[in-house]
Structure formats: structure tokens, C-alpha cells
Design a protein around this ligand. Sequence first.
Ligand code: ZN
Length: 161
Amino acid sequence: MGGTGLDNLSPCILAAEMIKRMARISVVHDETDIPRGILRRAYVDINGVSPSKGAIKHSSKGVCEGTRVLKKECAAFSVIYGMSRKVPGDGNHARLLMAAYDMFKSLRKNSILDFTGAWVIARDLDGGDAFVGSCPHCSCAVLKWPGDMTNCLICRAEIAG
Ligand SMILES: [Zn+2]
């Protein structure tokens, strides 16, 4: 048994691991197909609080709306997730996502970006609705959206999506 439990692919274990990371119920349901009622009870048992009921941001662009610190965190997670996707694995999406998120959290312990926000970003990267590019001026990594202008978070240059 590994320390994180991520070696086990059982949907229940994966659900518990995502719940430990405070994932929204709809995210856990989407990844595991476990009924929401069961997940809600598990959430209370594991975290000792009720799961959050607010709407999930519908796009990675929405997740990034906020402070510069949040934007930088979103870009950092995108880079880590993008690299993780290229490493051959077992193809389990929840496990890949948690490994990338854990790596991100190890670098930014007090991050604002939560697991659910990371899930939305990963979904957009997977679907081609967002992608990681580099700034043509300072070559730092930038999270971009096709057809949209964005600003480099380091040198503030305008970059086309
Ligand atoms: Zn730049």
C-alpha cells in the first residue's frame, strides 16, 4: 500500500482520495459514477463538513478570474498537468489529475486554486478549450484560450490565443 492510496484503482478509493482533496460532489460523481447521495455522506464522514453546494465555474477562464496570484497558480497547475499527461500511465483520469494536483500543492502549499478549479482547467486542456503556450517575449508559460487575447503574467505582454 502506498502512502497516498493512489495505487488502488477502485472507484471508492479514488472517490475518497478526491473527497480528501475537498473536490465538489459533482466532480467526484463525474469521475467515478458513484451516486451523489453516497458521495455526500462520504464527504461528511471524511471531511467533517458538508460539501459546498455552489455552482462550479463552467470554464477554465472563469477559474482564472481573480488575483494575479490565482492566475499564476492556474498557469503553474496547467504546466504540471500538461507534463503529467505526456507520461505514460494507466489512463485513469482521476489518478492523473490527483497526481498533478498533489505535485502543484507540494510547490504551492497555501494555494488559492482548489481541486475543483484544477479539475475544470484539466477538462478544458483535455478538450482543447484551453492550452499552455509560452510568452513570445519572456518565454514563460501562459495558459491561453483559442481566439482570446491574454496577458503574460510576468512581462504583461499581450499574447494572442
Ligand atoms: Zn512574458
